[in-house]
Design a protein around this ligand. Structure first.
Ligand code: ADP
Ligand code: ZN
Ligand code: ZN
Length: 724
């Protein structure tokens, strides 16, 4: 027989499918080792056929791998096929998504241990009294039963091998599963569902649409609904996929899931060791585990007969992959749900505007939960006007209200979280006296300061503006475009409260596998009074003793030069506020801003998602931003400036003729330098488009796939969350 094999070469830009001779029992989807150019490389069997165009004498033979099952399921192959078609990426690259990377390289294998057990009752053995180690082994095995040989050899050197020769013991080899979560906390008990939860589940089950949007405020019991849906699938013998943002994969949450579902749950995330990932993955592949829990990439889990797919915090930006092959988790999940004929459940307290629109228009089933389980009110949000603070002469990062609240909190021996919103901060120009922000006249998004050219630029249209020397609104010269780091916040905080114990959490302090878990754990154990941090502290843990949350610069993400900044800000503020007052005491939130009249902040402080949505969607419609259009960026990057420019020229020429022939489908079309023209020593150029009609999207992908070459990477991004 002949196998068509994709040889997995790290640098392959195009697919290499080769014919190989194979044995009759080789199965499609199997991993193989393929002789290739003097080496043996890993590969995948894509097809089995009777004969080849190439004479058999010239074909080499593939060697099978030691896998007990083909690594790729039928469903994986189907999805890979679809993704290749949709995104025009090489197959080899796409197939990699379906396996843990450690497995591809072949560096991780099953872990085996050897065990010893008695073959005869201890009374029937005859050992000299002086052979202490042999007697030791016998007695140990008699008492404890089967034991691993390492332990025995350690305790009684030499005893075991002597007994083995006498046939008193049997040695066997067993596969050991590396279990990432040996300690299980929580009782895992099922809760009696509230009427709201019950009717939500009923609605999800009865409705015929594939996509179900669960819009429920924080603490409304969404998680319990997910677990219930998963449990029902398990009863029917079906498997489930449960996706959460990486940051929510806290040890507590995982051990709770383990308590509830035991060995049926397998966990895939970046914090696992290579061996653990390998074993968890195979437990899913063999069907021993039926629930895949993990961040974005767990959508590719090797499950069969999927009964439900859940995406928690569906609005989270971590669900969009930023490296090749780029994919949106929602698209892949929808594909999987359709293949399996199952439901795709999206959950969020603050759904993405795009998702909510589709739900409101009836494409998705919309289920709303408006009550918290424990009936506790949401924390009260106070607004501190930072312009007034500056005028009063308070130049510290903390408003007087916040200082007062921190003092009260420390006195009562409660905990506080101070949140610093650093995203895009250092690049935006803001007037400290009146709150004015420099915006693009054409696009109504804030401008970004480019130090190298000393000018302001719009990332959506490439518009250039001269750097300001003073505020055009009030004339003040107090313009700020340099962010305050968490470190400086901690320093000034410590000066104000010399005895307070302060912890800091940001990118600098959380390096290492468990960096942020450690900090959160210390805070949870009340080894600190105040936690200062960035985005990272917005989600995750439940801290019952936290009664105060301070948001130091609420509007900073509002002025991020992105059409989604209003949405991001609303989501972030809602999430951060949710950290306060989780237990007995009512929580408080102090939100500091230079722009207290801003609508987004107003809606956030009154927890009014509906109001926010209506406002936001009409803004988007007015500016023709997504979901009323699609922003497409074609990014060309390469090591050599000239060759990269040449590749850009070729892509641009073709895209431009597409544009000329279809101008009515474009709202915007322009070639320019990428805002950051060099990242990691790669030169970057881009073609930016805004489409009012996406029917030509496949052609854009095709043009780019054809122009990809050894010297230049050409990638296509849809509604990119980052235009740098
Ligand atoms: P959400 O995911 O919507 O933010 P959770 O599912 O975390 O909300 O629920 C909030 C709290 O309410 C949790 O502590 C959870 O254990 C508890 N809870 C959820 N459902 C029930 C129920 N039916 N009975 C009692 N407690 C519940
Ligand atoms: Zn001003
Ligand atoms: Zn613009």
């Amino acid at each position: 027989m002949i196998a068509e094999v994709i040889v997995d070469i790290a640098t392959s830009e195009t697919d290499r499918i080769f014919d190989y001779l194979c044995d009759g029992d080789l199965v499609v989807g199997s991993r193989v080792r393929a002789p290739f150019g003097g080496k043996v490389l890993p590969g995948f069997v894509m097809r089995i056929k009777e004969s080849s165009q190439i004479p058999e004498a010239r074909l080499k033979k593939v060697l099978p791998s030691s896998d007990e099952l083909p690594a790729l399921t039928k469903e994986s192959l189907f999805m890979a096929e679809k993704l290749v078609k949709r995104f025009r990426v090489p197959k080899a690259l796409t197939l990699r998504l379906f396996l843990p990377s450690e497995m591809r390289t072949g560096k991780v294998r099953e872990l085996y241990k050897t065990f010893a057990e008695l073959t005869v009752p201890i009374e029937k053995t005859q050992i000299r009294k002086t052979a202490k180690n042999q007697i030791g082994v016998l007695e140990y095995l008699d008492k404890h039963g089967k034991t691993d040989t390492a332990t025995l050899n350690n305790l009684f050197p030499g005893g075991l091998s002597a007994l083995e020769k006498k046939d008193y013991v049997r040695i066997s080899k067993e596969k050991i599963l590396r279990d990432p979560y040996k300690t299980v906390e929580g009782d895992g008990e099922e809760k009696t569902l509230t009427p709201d939860q019950r009717s939500a589940i009923e609605s999800i089950e009865k409705d015929t649409r594939t996509v179900q949007l669960l819009h429920g405020i924080t603490g409304s019991g969404k998680t319990e609904i997910y677990l219930n849906l998963i449990a029902k699938c398990l009863e029917k013998g079906q498997s489930s996929v449960f996706l959460v943002p990486e940051i929510s994969l806290t040890p507590q949450m995982l051990s709770q899931l383990r308590a509830r579902f035991g060995k049926n749950a397998a966990i895939l995330h970046s914090g696992l060791s290579a061996g653990e990932k390998f074993d968890e993955w195979w437990r899913l592949r063999t069907g021993e585990a039926k629930i895949a829990i993990g961040a974005r990439s767990a959508i590719f889990a090797p499950l069969e007969n999927v009964g439900v797919i859940i995406i928690d915090e569906e609005h989270d930006s971590s669900y969009v992959s930023e490296s090749a092959p780029r994919y949106s988790t929602f698209d892949v999940a929808l594909l999987r749900a359709k293949y399996n004929g199952c439901k795709l459940v999206l959950g969020s307290a603050t759904p993405a505007v795009e998702t909510y629109k589709r739900a409101k228009e009836g494409e998705f089933n919309l289920i709303t939960l408006t009550k918290r389980i424990n009936q506790k009110p949401l924390p009260e949000i106070l607004i501190a006007d930072m312009r007034r603070e500056v005028r009063r002469g308070n130049n510290s990062p903390f408003s007087l209200v916040l200082q007062e609240e921190i003092e009260k909190c420390l006195q009562k021996e409660k905990q506080a979280i101070l949140f610093l919103n650093r995203r895009g901060y250092s690049q935006t120009v803001i007037c400290k006296e009146c709150g004015y922000v420099a915006k693009c006249e054409a696009c109504d998004v804030s401008l970004t300061y480019h130090r190298d050219e000393d000018c302001l630029k719009c990332h959506y249209c490439g518009g250039r503006y001269a750097m300001l020397s003073g505020c055009p609104e009030c004339g003040s010269r107090k313009l700020s475009y340099a962010g305050t780091g968490t470190q400086r916040i901690v320093e000034s905080l410590q000066k104000l409260y010399p005895t307070a114990r302060i912890l800091r959490m940001d990118n600098d302090t959380t390096s290492g596998k468990e960096g942020h878990y450690k900090i959160l754990k210390a805070f949870g154990e009340r080894r600190a009074d105040i936690l200062v941090g960035t985005q990272m502290i917005a989600k995750g843990h439940d801290f019952p003793a936290v009664t105060l949350v301070g948001i130091l610069d609420a509007d900073m993400s509002l002025h991020f030069s992105d059409y989604r900044s209003g949405e991001r800000t609303f989501q972030l503020l809602t999430q951060v506020s949710g950290r306060s007052g989780r237990a007995e005491e009512k929580g408080k939130v102090v939100l500091q801003t230079f722009d207290p009249e801003n609508e987004v902040l107003r809606f956030a402080t009154s927890y009014d998602y509906e109001g926010f949505y209506e406002n936001e969607i009409s803004l988007r419609a007015a500016m023709a931003f997504p979901p009323f259009s699609k922003i497409v960026r074609v990014l060309v990057s390469g090591d050599d400036d000239k060759k990269t420019m040449e590749a850009l020229r070729l892509v641009y020429t073709e895209l431009e003729s597409l544009y000329q022939a279809n101008t009515e489908k474009f709202l915007f079309f322009n070639k320019m330098r990428a805002p950051i023209k060099k990242i990691q020593n790669k030169y970057r150029y881009q073609v930016l488009m805004r489409l009012s009609d996406t029917s030509i999207l496949p052609i854009i992908y095709e043009i780019c796939a054809e122009r990809r070459n050894r010297d230049a990477l050409v990638s296509v991004e849809e509604n990119p969350s980052n235009l740098s």
